[in-house]
Write a new protein. Structure first.
Length: 450
C-alpha cells in the first residue's frame, strides 16, 4: 500500500514537472503542482510566462488536462483555472472577460461555500464525482495551477489609413514543430459585431526571417470593428489565447474646408469659382491634400462632380487661391457649388465644404454672350481710359496757364541798384520766385538786366 502511494506521488510529480508545456490543438498547457499560490499569484505566475490561467472550453480540453492530474493522490489537490465570479456573484467569467459557456463543474458546484468562494479550480480527487471537474474555492487559498497559451507567436503591424479601409499584416513562425505553415494558414478576420465574423483573403504573402508574413487590405472597415489574426480555420473568437487582436486602426482625419468657394465670373454656360487652399490648423482634418473636387447641384437634383484640380504641392502650399471653371451649364439656372479637399491615399476625400449658390445668365440677355465678368472688365477699361484722358487734359491746361503767367510777370522783375555787388548785403531783398524759376535763374536775369 505504501509503495502504491509512493508510485502515485511520483506519477503526479513527474507529470507536472515545472515549465513543461503540453500541446493540444492550438494551445500549450503548463500544469504546476509545486508553486502553491493563491489565485492572484497564480494568475501573475502565468502572465510572466506569456500565458494565462487556463480556459477550459470543451470536454476535449478537460479530458486532456485531467490526464496530467491522474491518478489522484489520497490528499485532494485542486488546480486554479482562469474563471471566477468576483465581479457579479454567480456570473462566472474567463480572465479575458468572456462568459463561461462550457459546464465543467462538479455536480454540487459552484456553491459559493460560506459565501466567499469566487475562484475556480480543477479537482484531482479520489472522489469520482469531483475528479477532473471544477469547484469554486476561496481565492486566497494556496493551490496548484494550470497555465495556457497559444501555440503561435504573432507579430502584427498596421499602418494609418484613411477611414473605410485598413492595411494590416500578420507574421507567424513558419515552422511549428512538425508543422510548416502555408500561405492560407495565416489569416485575418474582422468581427463586425458579436455574431458576424468575416475572414479576409491575404493580398500578399512571403516567408522572411523564418516568419510567414501575410498582408491584408480590409475594405468597409468601421471604427468599432475588431480585427484579429489567427492560424488555420476561423478560431472561436472568445478563445483569446489562439488569436491576437490588432489595436484599433488609427484613421487619418479627412481634410475639410471651413470656407466655401466664391464666384469670380458667371455666364450663361459657365461659372468660375475660387477658394482658399486647405491650410493645416485653419481648416479641419489632416493633410497632405493632393487635389480638390468641385461639385454642383441643381435646386432639385443631386450633387454631381464638375471636375477637380490636382496639386503638385501638398500642405506646405499655404495661402494659395484655387480657381476652377465649371462649364456646360444651363442658362438661367440656379446651382449650388461646393468644394471638397482630398488627402493622399485611397478614400482620402473629405466632406464637401460650405456651398455657394449662383444663377447662370439667361441666354439672349444683353451681355449674355459677352459675360458679366467681361463687361466689368470692359467698364473698368473705359473708366481707366477716361481717367487717363482727364489727367492729360489737366496737364495741358496747367502748362498753358503757366506760360501765360511767365509772360505776364517777366517785365515786373525788380531791377537791382547800380553798382550791385553780390557780396554786398545792402542789396534789395529779392521778390518771390516765379513759377518754374530757380534762385540762380532769377539772379542771372537780374545781373543781365543790370
Ligand atoms: Ca462566488
Ligand atoms: Ca465550492
Amino acid at each position: 500500500m505504501f509503495v502504491g502511494i509512493v508510485i502515485l506521488v511520483l506519477n503526479v510529480l513527474r507529470s507536472v514537472s515545472a515549465d513543461t508545456w503540453h500541446r493540444l490543438d492550438d494551445a500549450l498547457y503548463l500544469v504546476d503542482n509545486t508553486s502553491r499560490l493563491n489565485y492572484d499569484e497564480a494568475h501573475a505566475y502565468c502572465l510572466t510566462r506569456g500565458a494565462n490561467l487556463t480556459r477550459i472550453d470543451s470536454d476535449k480540453i478537460q479530458s486532456f488536462l485531467t490526464t496530467f492530474i491522474s491518478p489522484p493522490l489520497t490528499t485532494e489537490r485542486c488546480f486554479w483555472i482562469g474563471c471566477h465570479d468576483r465581479e457579479v456573484e454567480g456570473q462566472f467569467k474567463w480572465l479575458d472577460g468572456t462568459q463561461v459557456r462550457y459546464d465543467g463543474w462538479a455536480s454540487d458546484q459552484p456553491d459559493d461555500g460560506r459565501g466567499i468562494q469566487d475562484c475556480a479550480c480543477l479537482w484531482s480527487s479520489q472522489d469520482p464525482n469531483r475528479h477532473g471537474r471544477w469547484d469554486d474555492n476561496t481565492c486566497g487559498a494556496r493551490l496548484d495551477l494550470i497555465c495556457q497559451k497559444g501555440v503561435y507567436n504573432f507579430t502584427l503591424t498596421s499602418s494609418r489609413s484613411n477611414p473605410g479601409s485598413a492595411y494590416v499584416s500578420c507574421a507567424v513562425d513558419v515552422v511549428q514543430g512538425d508543422q510548416t505553415l502555408s500561405p492560407n494558414d495565416v489569416r485575418v478576420s474582422v468581427v463586425k459585431n458579436v455574431s458576424s465574423t468575416t475572414s479576409i483573403p491575404y493580398s500578399s504573402t512571403n516567408v522572411n526571417g523564418g516568419l510567414r508574413n501575410n498582408s491584408f487590405v480590409i475594405d468597409s472597415i468601421q471604427d468599432d470593428d475588431k480585427i484579429f489574426c489567427h492560424v488555420g480555420k476561423l478560431a472561436r473568437t472568445e478563445r483569446s489565447f489562439s488569436r491576437v487582436d490588432f489595436s484599433p486602426i488609427n484613421f487619418y482625419a479627412l481634410p475639410g474646408l471651413t470656407s466655401g468657394p466664391s464666384v469670380e465670373d458667371i455666364s450663361s454656360t459657365f461659372v468660375t469659382v475660387s477658394w482658399s487652399s486647405w491650410i493645416p490648423c485653419l481648416d479641419t482634418g489632416e493633410g497632405p491634400v493632393i487635389s480638390y473636387l468641385v461639385y454642383l447641384q441643381t435646386m432639385d437634383g443631386e450633387w454631381v462632380e464638375g471636375g477637380g484640380i490636382d496639386l503638385d504641392m501638398g500642405e506646405g502650399d499655404l495661402q494659395r487661391r484655387m480657381e476652377f471653371v465649371l462649364t456646360g451649364l444651363e442658362p438661367g439656372t440656379e446651382y449650388n457649388i461646393s468644394v471638397s479637399a482630398v488627402r493622399e491615399g485611397v478614400g482620402g476625400e473629405g466632406p464637401k465644404g460650405p456651398l455657394v449658390s449662383v444663377m447662370t445668365i439667361e441666354s439672349g440677355r444683353r451681355f449674355g454672350a459677352f459675360g458679366k465678368g467681361n463687361l466689368l472688365w470692359f467698364l473698368f477699361g473705359v473708366s481707366l481710359a477716361g481717367n487717363i484722358l482727364l489727367v492729360v487734359v489737366i496737364m495741358i491746361t496747367c502748362r498753358r496757364q503757366g506760360k501765360q503767367q511767365k509772360k505776364k510777370t517777366l517785365p515786373n522783375l525788380t531791377r537791382a541798384p547800380s553798382g550791385y555787388d553780390p557780396k554786398d548785403h545792402q542789396y534789395e531783398v529779392p521778390g518771390p520766385l516765379e513759377t518754374g524759376m530757380t534762385t540762380s535763374m532769377k539772379v542771372f536775369r537780374e545781373q543781365k538786366a543790370a
